[in-house]
Write a protein that binds this ligand. Structure first.
Ligand code: OXD
Ligand code: MN
Length: 583
């Protein structure tokens, strides 16, 4: 397989000249190709097959211990003008960036095979889908891309028809963190990544293309590329409402996308459209519609069990690539909170001893096709996407943020999104558990200046009067002893029911300076062991603390300087003034 598309062929030729691979292979995405690559990786130790009786078609990959998460400090957005990348991104001038990274690519594929991976983000026949080609020297990346995207022949056919595609160049390099860079050139629709084999750094269709490059493209084309799950909630009457929710990495997006209704909620069903990324477009009627650009899940393993996420637990029992989990004596994968089995080997491949760190790395992952999920939505492949009733922002916050509140209108909702803050997690290399601003959960993923991004968000209120309502949730409130106040997981459906009822004007709310909140009685807590007192704590607004928060949000917004949309600053001033008045 090669291509009839001249610019694609010329690009592959020029990369081969620079990187000097021994072989070039154009991926067709077939099962035969996948089987061959898998067998080769098993033979050379890149993969090992897990217990084929209890975990059929499952494999384990252990990465270099220095290469287990995204590396935000080594991730760059290289626009011609520094201001266009914004204070939210690391920046390098494109010419200097190309020179720096090309020097690392020179000869990097000697002794290796260069794989050309054509892929489509979104249903293959969707007008909202976008195309890309990743060149990589990692067969692990190839088999992951086959699960995460529509990869191979059909994608190449569409690329040849359309002629435009995002160029992604990846090499595992020598894995030296000193020679690791993830660079984005949004103006050239291209990505260059070297020195890491980890998902978000190496599977270029995901964060690099579907968020950083796509967010930039979306702004010029009038849509939104967001770090959001998409889920359909079906009530006992058979009506399904779709919501899209933005939470920072490792804050439970996959769990919410596959939620299992609690026993008290007979007749309710939940349908997964996507667990990480949503591309949102206004349709001809002005309604916001969402597609999931991905075709699989690259989810956090630890904590997954029959109680927290039975759908995920069952779905990763077959056809799954595990990365950086431990193993049992029976050659089954093992992770913290699995609730069964005993680890004998840890994620470094060493024999497991208690007290010597976890068996599975906290950011260990599963890669699996979305079709393996029992709650996979029948509309996940719909070219036109699903209509969105509500957008929900959230973060991991011990205190302050109530269980749920509703923004007063779209523009206020943009402020709510811009003010999102969350405790950091193991999904990025760096300190865990410190609160940082993570607007729209896009801090690591917005491919341009946040000030321009907020302006783009605000522009939607001028383009449609049928926009979804905007909410904020926080499943992670704790008391002084560190005990979670809300049970979370399946019980979150109770909060989502209020959200959907609000969208249909069927639920009450009380108005507060920060937005509209349910009273404790508005959330159905039947059969739940949460006291009335706890519910009122979860649904209260601490005016003093919120005044401080709003001032901090104002200071944060000001750090974007003159580009900051005045309308957003005005929203912040209005909320602060109402908080002062309520004092
Ligand atoms: C992810 C992340 O892998 O957000 O989805 O880090
Ligand atoms: Mn994510």
């Amino acid at each position: 397989m090669t291509t009839t598309l001249k610019p694609l062929q010329e690009w592959v030729d020029s990369v081969a000249e620079l990187t000097q691979p021994d072989n070039i292979h154009w991926c067709d995405g077939s099962k035969a190709e996948n089987d061959r690559l898998t067998a080769e990786m098993c033979a050379n130790g890149t993969l090992s097959q897990l217990n084929d009786e209890t975990y059929p078609n499952c494999y384990l990959h252990l990465s270099d211990p220095s290469d287990v998460a995204r590396v935000e400090h080594l991730t760059f957005v290289c626009t011609a003008a520094e201001e266009d990348a914004g204070p939210n991104n690391n920046w390098m001038p494109p010419k200097a960036a190309h020179e720096k990274i090309d020097a690392l690519f020179a000869g990097a594929m000697q002794g290796r095979t260069l794989y050309v991976v054509p892929y489509c983000m979104g249903p293959i026949d969707s007008p909202y889908a976008r195309l890309g080609v990743e060149i990589t020297d990692s067969p692990y990346v190839v088999v992951n891309m086959r699960l995460m995207t529509r990869m191979g022949k059909a994608a190449l056919n569409r690329i040849e028809k359309e002629g435009t595609f995002v160029k992604g160049l990846h090499s595992t390099g020598d894995l030296d963190p000193e020679r690791r860079f993830i660079m984005h050139f949004p103006e050239e629709l291209s990505i260059k990544s070297i020195g890491s084999g980890y998902g978000g750094n190496a599977l270029l269709g995901k964060k690099c293309h579907a968020l950083r490059i796509a967010s930039y493209q979306a702004r010029t084309e009038g849509w939104l590329a967001e770090h959001m799950l998409i889920v359909g909630i079906e009530n006992p009457q058979g009506e399904t409402h779709y919501i899209a929710c933005a939470f920072p990495s490792a804050c439970g997006k996959t769990n919410l996308a596959m939620l299992i209704p609690p026993e008290t909620h007979a007749g309710w069903k939940v349908w997964t459209v996507g667990d990480d990324i949503a591309w949102l477009h206004l349709d001809d009627d002005g309604r916001l519609r969402a597609i999931n650009p991905e075709a699989g899940y690259f989810g956090v393993v630890p904590g997954t069990n029959e109680k927290t996420n039975k759908n995920a637990f069952d779905m990763i029992q077959r056809d799954t690539i595990y990365t950086n989990v431990g193993k049992t004596a029976d050659n089954e994968p093992w992770w913290e909170d699995k609730k069964s089995g005993t680890p004998t080997t840890d994620w470094r491949g060493q024999s497991y001893t208690k007290g010597n760190g976890p068996a599975a790395h906290p950011n260990s992952r599963f890669t699996v096709a979305a079709t393996n999920n029992a709650s996979y939505s029948s509309l996940a492949e719909a070219p036109e996407g699903v209509p969105i009733s509500a957008l929900v922002f959230g973060g991991r916050r011990r205190e302050l943020a109530p269980l749920v509140y509703e923004a007063k209108d779209w523009n206020h909702g943009v402020l709510v999104g811009a003010g999102v803050a969350s405790e950091t997690t193991a999904a990025n290399i760096g300190e865990v558990g410190v609160v940082r601003r993570d607007p729209m959960a896009m801090k690591p993923f917005c491919g341009y200046n946040f000030a321009d991004y907020w302006n783009h968000w605000l522009s939607f209120s001028e383009r449609s009067d049928k926009l979804p309502r905007i909410f904020h949730v926080n499943w992670f409130r704790q008391d002084e002893d560190g005990t979670f106040l809300w049970p979370g997981f399946g019980e979150n459906l109770r909060v989502i029911r209020w959200i959907i009822d609000r969208c249909q004007n069927q639920a009450d709310a009380r108005s507060t300076p920060i937005g509209n909140l349910p009273s404790p009685a508005d959330i159905d807590t039947t059969g739940l062991d949460v006291s009335a007192e706890t519910m009122s704590t979860l649904l209260s607004v601490n005016l003093d603390a919120w005044r401080e928060e709003m001032k901090a949000v104002g200071e944060y917004l000001d750090s974007y300087g003159e580009r900051l949309p005045a309308a957003l600053r005005k929203e912040q001033e209005t909320v602060l003034a109402e908080l002062q008045k309520a004092h």
